[in-house]
Design a protein around this ligand. Structure first.
Ligand SMILES: Cc1cc2nc3c(=O)[nH]c(=O)nc-3n(C[C@H](O)[C@H](O)[C@H](O)COP(=O)(O)O)c2cc1C
Length: 160
């Protein structure tokens, strides 16, 4: 089985997941997206959805089996993860079969926290929880996230 990995990552979080997948895939990994049996499609979360730069790659996925994965800044809420993954899925060609999905938290750049701290001075009720979320995100995806991703790939039958 040939498996291709297509991933959009701006600051490296989602790329960590992609790299784990590549290592686990070994010989099954292929660069040939058009010829692959399964495509792992990964993205950071941009305003609740996929990186817009993936638009061109999406056209190559028609009729394919696809495993969706990603990272997002807002963590610890499975319902939120599911919503983002639904948004990812809605961008796929209609005839794609989604064989599995995985989402975890990804850390954000320090400038984001500085902005929250400034805004929390005027509106602590809104921004203090965002500072706490930022701090929880530090270090993610971590080793446990990567293991959970590998488990999800195995459960979907993408890895043996
Ligand atoms: C412009 C922009 C928009 C973002 N929008 C969201 C969002 O809607 N929801 C969310 O949870 N995280 C959002 N994030 C956070 C990133 O998705 C998150 O930090 C992700 O792990 C970055 O992954 P990367 O390192 O692979 O680029 C946004 C980040 C940026 C820079």
């Amino acid at each position: 089985m040939g498996v291709a990995v297509v991933c959009a990552s701006r600051t490296g979080n989602t790329e960590k997941l992609a790299e784990r997948a590549r290592v686990e895939l070994g010989e099954a990994l292929t660069d040939d997206v058009a010829g692959a049996d399964v495509v792992l499609l990964g993205s950071w979360t941009d305003k609740g959805g996929l990186d817009e730069g993936l638009a061109e790659a999406l056209g190559q996925l028609a009729g394919k089996r696809v495993f969706l994965f990603g990272t997002c800044g807002f963590g610890g809420d499975d319902a939120y993860y599911a919503r983002v993954l639904d948004n990812f899925a809605s961008a796929l060609p209609d005839d794609v079969e989604v064989v599995g999905r995985f989402m975890c938290q990804g850390q954000m750049p320090p400038a984001v926290r500085e902005r929250y701290v400034t805004m929390a001075e005027a509106n602590p009720e809104r921004f203090q929880p965002m500072i706490e979320n930022f701090d929880r995100a530090l270090g993610h995806p971590d080793a446990a996230d990567l293991d959970a991703f590998a488990d999800a790939l195995r459960a979907a039958g993408v890895l043996s």
